[in-house]
Design a protein around this ligand. Structure first.
Ligand code: PEP
Ligand code: MN
Length: 339
């Protein structure tokens, strides 16, 4: 961290800042230029909030040198982190992993129909929402525990792992009993008590980027989970809010290579929520993989016209087969495998 003093800072002000730096257990490195004095704070600055120095008289600004999300950073863990699920499915490390299934669990027939469609294409991780965070309180809210049981039964029949969203800290033990992987939705990215609870769950977590969150905020949210001792965190770019109205959200394609630089955690793209339109899912999914994503989260429904949520963006069986065909070809062209 570097503390820049303002041009009129007195010697006393400089001295009281360096005193504060040493009081906090750091070394202060003073550098007096012709117009400005700067004070280098030597030591691991991450546990210290820049506000501690910003409020002191004579300080113009404080510049962080290290990213505040230490455990999430590639500096901390240089090699790609791979998440391994009990059924052998993996996320990260270069292969293209696909998680697919319905937006919401609606009935046994519907989950079974969707799961069979995706399993036929080699998918080993079944997605489906039992607790749905809907914008309107009048929209279908999910089947709750009954939905979890249906997901579990169907996944077991097909040897699949389950990923499903958890929306409150109190539900974490229940959802962890039925699912191999927990999803934290975009609307809950900054729900810090939920992040701590999933961090404590012992389950891998897929953390979705908030609709209006920066990548720094996403990494700091991941840090909450990692700080609980849980290394198995994957990040999901699912589109952010922009002025564009022709799609539901705007997939931030830059986020993928930027995150791959900053962190070794797996990065997944959700082209379904990003676009809101089934016909746009395949091109955006392929762009995500080409940009370096480790996997996809895709909504699939045996009959999207009858879906209780997100039917317009859900792929039908034919659409999903077409997507997987292209994903496999692209993965091969990139020297990666798709599973
Ligand atoms: C979902 O994946 O089911 C979902 C609700 O997505 P998001 O949190 O990205 O809106
Ligand atoms: Mn959905």
């Amino acid at each position: 961290m570097v503390i820049v003093m303002n041009a009129r800072a007195s010697d006393d002000e400089v001295a009281s800042v360096t005193d504060r730096v040493t009081e906090l257990g750091f070394q202060a490195h003073l550098s007096r230029g012709s117009e400005r004095t700067i004070i280098g704070v030597i030591g691991d600055e991450r546990p210290v909030d820049p506000e501690v120095f910003e409020a002191l008289p004579g300080v113009e600004r404080v510049v962080r040198i290290l990213h505040p999300a230490k455990l999430a950073s590639r500096d901390f863990q240089p090699e790609d982190h791979v998440i391994e699920l009990p059924n052998g499915a993996k996320l990260g490390g270069g292969q293209v992993s696909v998680m697919a299934g319905p937006c919401a669990v609606e009935s046994r027939e519907q989950v079974e129909g969707a799961a069979e469609v995706v399993a036929r294409q080699g998918v080993r991780i079944l997605r489906g929402g039992a607790f749905k965070p809907r914008t309107s309180p009048y929209s279908f809210q999910g089947l709750g525990e009954k939905g979890l049981l249906l997901l579990r039964e169907v996944a077991d029949e097909l040897g699949m792992a389950v990923i499903t969203e958890v929306v409150t800290p109190q539900d974490v033990p229940l959802v962890s009993r039925h699912a191999e992987m927990l999803q934290v939705g975009a609307r809950n990215m900054a729900n810090f008590s939920l992040l701590k609870a999933v961090g404590d769950s012992g389950r891998p977590v897929l953390l979705k980027r908030g609709l209006g969150s920066t990548l720094d905020e996403l990494l700091q949210a991941a840090e909450y989970i990692l700080a609980q001792g849980n290394r198995d965190v994957a990040l999901c770019e699912r589109g952010i809010r922009t002025f564009e109205t022709s799609t539901r959200f705007t997939l931030d394609i830059n986020a993928i290579p930027v995150l791959k630089q900053l962190t070794s955690l797996p990065v997944v793209v959700d082209p379904s929520h990003a676009t809101g339109k089934a016909e746009l899912v395949a091109p955006v999914a392929l762009a995500g993989i080409a940009a370096g994503a480790d996997g996809l989260l895709v909504e699939v429904h045996p009959n999207p016209r009858e879906a209780l949520s997100d039917g317009a963006q859900s792929l039908d069986p034919e659409g999903f087969a077409g997507l997987m065909d292209s994903v496999k070809k692209l993965a091969e062209a990139l020297g990666r495998t798709a599973a």
